[in-house]
Ligand binder design. Structure first.
Ligand code: F0G
Length: 471
């Protein structure tokens, strides 16, 4: 090992035994390195929005963990067994039975990805004027709730909005906030509560089993449904196993089943926990809601036995379910995120604590206090990290939060973050080292950075396509 001046230094003795990836690499995809000049031009052409970069211009792609996973040989072998029938594909029935086995819901409606399921459930259950409480918003989920005429109400605990709080379950619902809302607007105006595990926008933070159980008891009292965003529920199950009393000895599969058992249905982006590149589903226990969803999916996604997916995609998802609950897999998955996070913590770079399940979140508000929030500190930081090293991250702050549909003003979230998101089974520890070093480099030059102005703003989910210019 050598220090930054190239002087060789001894490696410190380990304080714990390491885990290693429970797989070996069978096929490789070369990465392209670029010059700083090339990247400066690329990010300017992309309007300082990392979503608008060409992936060819990216070195290590930590934009998202969505659909960026590496499938196993077992999943790839399954791809060859795709039954590409328009109706009644055998892969659908396999997916349905694995969903029932691992998640425990009665009925399955496949969709092309998570937002397809969010669209369907929102249109079926929400009436104009309704309120949908949730443990923090997610961009696409809230968009579909609002399009159906609903208003999202944040009922997560206050600690979730504090990047420095080390609460172990920052995804917990604040039961008082939830009950206050029910009393204020009446249970008839609340079709369901939207509960996510782990909470993406809070920094990949888990909900505890105890809290989920309590939400079930409270909603039962009022006859309100719980719709679970199960996108990263396996990662949540791992945190429960590590942190919650009574769950140390339970398997990840058991914990996942128990979590789902307190809810009435789930929307799922298969592109995360399920270790695939495309796919999703809606799962539901209520036969009437299922019948409506099955009818609606035909209009928007495809027949109810494929929902916008090829048979092979459903096969890969079904096999992904078998792999996602394997203990050594999930340990290395979360362990890798933690490894990156711990490095940054050791170097005193401000990050959201505790380290989340799928990403390390940089606290842009704290890193760039001289850039006001309406000059987009997180957007600025993500662009700068890209220029430094070609590592691509994403903004999760005021740009992602969008505008309030009633006032038309920016929503100013307390959390102004850059998400450094780790795809599953794709990168190695050395990639994490390079990433951490780039973040540190930018952190050390932070005082020189200037904010951005938004020069193009799309109407919906603006963070995907907005363009910026240097101030
Ligand atoms: N719910 C959560 C918690 C998500 O993180 C996502 C997607 C969705 C729903 C929507 O699923 O993309 O399959 O339509 N998150 C991606 C991300 C985009 O980068 O975090 P989708």
């Amino acid at each position: 090992m050598s220090n930054q001046k190239g002087v060789s230094m001894p490696y410190p003795k380990p304080t714990r035994r390491s885990w290693a990836e429970p797989f070996k690499i069978k096929m490789v995809e070369p990465l392209k390195t670029t010059t700083r000049e090339h990247r400066l031009k690329a990010i300017e052409e992309a309007g300082y929005n990392t979503f608008l970069l060409r992936s060819e211009d990216v070195y290590i792609d930590l934009l998202t963990d969505s659909g960026t996973n590496a499938m196993s040989d077992y999943q790839w072998a399954g791809m060859m067994l795709g039954d590409e029938a328009y109706a009644g594909s055998k892969n659908f029935y396999y997916l349905e039975s694995n969903m029932q086995k691992y998640y425990g819901y009665n009925y399955l409606v496949p969709t092309h990805q998570g937002r397809g399921a969010e669209h369907i459930i929102s249109q079926i259950l929400i009436k104009p004027g309704d309120f949908i409480p949730g443990n923090m918003y997610f961009t696409t989920t809230r968009e579909h709730q609002e399009r159906a005429g609903g208003t999202f109400v944040d009922v997560i605990i206050d600690e979730a909005h504090d990047p420095d709080s080390t609460h172990l379950f920052k995804g917990d619902v604040d039961l008082q906030k939830l009950e206050d809302l029910i009393k204020k607007v009446g249970e008839k105006k609340i079709p369901y509560i939207s509960v996510a595990a782990t909470v993406n926008m809070a920094g990949g933070q888990p909900i505890s089993m105890k809290n989920m159980r309590a939400v079930r008891e409270l909603t039962n009292k009022y006859g309100i449904r719980i719709i679970f965003d199960a996108t990263r529920a396996v990662e949540n199950a791992y945190f429960i196993k590590m942190r919650e009393k009574g769950y140390e000895g339970k398997s990840i599969a058991e914990i996942l089943r128990e979590l789902c058992s307190y809810t009435d249905g789930a929307t799922m982006s298969g592109k995360k926990d399920l270790l695939v590149n495309i796919g999703g589903f809606l799962a539901i226990n209520d036969k009437d809601v299922f019948d409506e969803a099955r009818n609606m999916v035909v209009v928007y996604e495809g027949l109810h036995t494929y929902g916008g997916l090829a048979g092979r995609d459903m096969e890969a998802m079904a096999r992904g379910m078998e792999e996602m609950v394997q203990e050594d897999y999930i340990r290395s998955r979360i362990g890798q995120v933690e490894y990156l996070g711990q490095k940054l913590l050791d170097w005193e770079v401000p990050v959201v604590k505790p380290i989340g399940g799928h990403a390390v979140f940089l606290n842009a508000k704290k890193i760039l206090p001289h850039i006001p929030q309406d000059q987009f500190p997180a957007q600025t930081l993500a662009a700068e990290i890209y220029v430094d090293s070609g590592v691509r991250t994403m903004e999760r702050g005021v740009v992602s939060a969008g505008r309030d549909p009633k006032t038309g003003q920016h929503r100013y979230p307390k959390l102004e973050l850059v998400r450094v998101t780790i795809p599953r089974r794709v990168y190695t520890q050395a990639h994490m080292d390079v990433t951490a070093e780039s973040v540190l480099e930018v952190y050390e030059s932070r005082e020189k950075l200037k904010g951005l102005e938004m020069v193009y703003e799309p109407k919906h989910l603006r963070f995907f396509q907005a363009r910026f210019a240097k101030m």
